[in-house]
Design a protein around this ligand. Structure first.
Ligand code: PHE
Length: 455
C-alpha cells in the first residue's frame, strides 16, 4: 500500500468484488447487526437500514471507490490530491480503523473462545444463561483469547501471508452462507419463534416517536458504515487497486447485496431464537446477544455440537479476514507517513492494539463500574467511531465531493467503465440527502450521549 510503489490490481470485477466483500463481511454482519436490530425495535431498524443502504450506502461507496481508482492512492494521499484543503480528512479517516481494530479483536477473541468450547465438547454448558457473563467478567480468560487473536492477526500481517487466509476464506465464506441458511431455517421453525420473525421483519410504527426514530437512524447509519467498511478509508484503498475497465457501479451493487444479505440472515438466525428460547423480545440486547442466543439453538439441535464448532470456525475466519484488513490499513498508514519499516510498525500497532483492547476487556470485569458518558469501554469505542467520527468523515466527504471538487469528478470516473445508471440518485444523495441526514444525526448523537435528549 506504499504510495510510491507501482500499484498491483485485481484481476477483474469479480476479483474486486470478492476482495471488497471479504473486508465488508465480518463481525459487523454476524455479531453487530442482529443486536442492533433487536435493540432498535426490529422491523423499523430493518426498514431504515435497507433504505439507507440503497441510497446512502450506494452513494458513499461509489464515491470512495471512484476517488481511490481516480487517484490511485489510499485515503491520506487521495484526499490531498483531490484538494489540498481536504488533506486533514485523510487523517481523520485514518483514526477510525485505529479505534475499531482493538475492540474488533476483543470480539474476535470471544469467537475463538466459543470455538474452543464447542471443540472440547462443552456446548451444553455454553447454552446456560450465565455462561457468557461468567466468561467476560472473568479477568484473564477474555484477555487470553484476545491476545491470541491479535497474535494470529499480527503474524499474518507481519509475514504478508494474507493471500493464504483470503484463499481459505473464499472457500469458507460460501460454506458460512449455506450453514447460516440451515441454522436460520431451524431457528425460525422453533415453537414460539414466529413472534420473533414478526418482530424482526414487520415494522411496528405504533411505538415510534421522533426520539426513537432519531436513535434508530443513528444506529442504522453507524452500522451501515461499519458493515460496509465505509468512512474509514478502506474502500478508497480498495478502489485504488481496481482496474479502469471494471464496472464500478455494478461492483458496488454486488458488494451491497452480499453484505446486506448476510446481515439479514444473521438477524434471522438470532432474533427468532431469542423469542423461542426465552419467550420474549431480547431484554437489553447488547454485544453478547449472538453468544447467548446461538448456543441455545445448537443445544437443541441434533448434532448441535458439530454445527456449533463449524459455525464458530467459519465466523472466526470472517473475523480474521476483517481484522487483517484493519491492521494492514493501520500499519500502512504509519509506514506511508513516517517511512518506518514493516516489522517494527507491525509490532507497534499490535502493542497499541493490545493496550487499548485490554481496556475494553477489563471494562467487563474489574472496571465494570467505570463508564464513559454512561457506556462501558467497548461500547464507548464503538460509539465514538461509528456514531461520531464516521458520520463526520462521511459529511466532510459529501461536502468535498458535492461542493468542492464536484460530483462530476466521480461521475466521470464511473463512466470510464459503464453508463452511470444511478447518477441522479448519486448526486442527490451526496449533495442533499446524506449531508442533511448526517447533520441531524450528529446533533442527536451528541445530545443523547450527554443525556440532554432522552431517547
Ligand atoms: N466491515 C467489517 C465487518 O462487517 C468490519 C471492518 C471494518 C472490516 C473495517 C475491515 C475494515 O465486520
Amino acid at each position: 500500500m506504499t504510495e510510491t510503489k507501482q500499484r498491483s490490481s485485481f484481476s477483474g470485477r469479480i476479483g474486486f468484488v470478492l476482495a471488497a466483500a471479504g473486508s465488508a463481511v465480518g463481525l459487523g454482519n454476524l455479531w453487530r447487526f442482529p443486536y442492533l436490530a433487536a435493540k432498535y425495535g426490529g422491523g423499523i431498524f430493518l426498514l431504515v437500514y435497507i433504505i439507507l443502504a440503497i441510497t446512502f450506502g450506494f452513494g458513499l461507496m461509489v464515491a470512495e471507490i471512484a476517488i481511490g481508482r481516480k487517484t490511485g492512492l489510499s485515503a491520506v494521499g487521495a484526499y490531498k490530491k483531490l484538494n489540498k484543503k481536504f488533506s486533514f480528512l485523510g487523517w481523520l479517516t485514518s483514526i477510525v480503523p485505529m479505534i475499531i481494530l482493538p475492540y474488533y479483536c476483543v470480539i474476535g477473541g470471544w469467537v475463538a473462545k466459543y470455538l474452543s468450547v464447542y471443540v472440547s465438547g462443552q456446548g451444553q454448558a455454553a447454552a446456560e444463561d450465565s455462561f457468557f457473563s461468567g466468561f467476560i467478567s472473568g479477568t484473564w480468560p477474555p484477555i487470553f483469547w484476545f491476545f491470541l487473536f491479535v497474535a494470529v492477526t499480527a503474524v499474518i500481517v507481519l509475514f504478508g501471508v494474507e493471500k493464504g487466509v483470503e484463499r481459505a476464506s473464499k472457500i469458507m465464506m460460501p460454506i458460512l452462507v449455506v450453514l447460516s441458511l440451515v441454522i436460520a431455517m431451524y431457528s425460525v421453525t422453533r415453537p414460539g419463534a414466529l413472534e420473533g420473525v414478526k418482530y424482526y421483519l414487520l415494522p411496528n410504527f405504533s411505538d415510534l416517536t421522533p426520539g426513537t426514530l432519531a436513535n434508530t437512524l443513528l444506529g442504522a447509519v453507524g452500522q451501515l458504515f461499519y458493515s460496509m467498511s465505509l468512512a474509514m478509508g478502506i474502500m478508497i484503498t480498495y478502489g485504488s487497486y481496481m482496474k479502469k475497465e471494471n464496472d464500478l457501479e455494478k461492483a458496488v451493487g454486488q458488494i451491497e447485496i452480499f453484505d446486506t444479505g448476510i446481515a439479514l440472515l444473521a438477524g434471522l438466525m438470532i432474533i427468532p431464537a431469542v423469542f423461542a428460547f426465552t419467550g420474549a423480545a431480547p431484554e437489553k440486547p447488547g454485544p453478547g446477544l449472538m453468544f447467548q442466543a446461538l448456543p441455545k439453538v445448537f443445544n437443541s439441535m441434533s448434532f448441535g455440537a458439530v454445527f456449533g464448532a463449524i459455525f464458530f470456525l467459519l465466523v472466526l475466519f470472517a473475523a480474521l479476514t476483517s481484522a487483517i484488513s484493519l491492521m494492514e490499513t493501520v500499519v500502512s498508514i504509519f509506514q506511508d507517513k513516517f517511512g518506518w519499516k514493516r516489522r517494527p510498525t507491525c509490532a507497534l500497532v499490535a502493542a497499541g492494539c493490545l493496550v487499548l483492547g485490554c481496556v475494553s476487556c477489563l471494562g467487563y470485569s474489574v472496571w465494570d463500574q467505570v463508564t464513559v458518558i454512561g457506556m462501558q469501554f467497548l461500547d464507548f469505542f464503538d460509539f465514538i467511531s461509528n456514531s461520531v467520527i464516521m458520520p463526520i468523515v462521511a459529511l466532510l466527504t459529501c461536502i468535498c465531493i458535492g461542493y468542492v471538487v464536484g460530483t462530476k469528478t466521480v461521475s466521470e470516473e464511473v463512466k470510464l467503465s459503464s453508463r452511470f445508471r444511478r447518477e441522479k440518485l448519486f448526486v442527490v444523495v451526496i449533495k442533499y440527502f446524506a449531508p442533511i441526514c448526517l447533520v441531524l444525526i450528529l446533533i442527536s448523537s451528541v445530545l443523547s450521549a450527554f443525556g440532554v435528549m432522552k431517547i
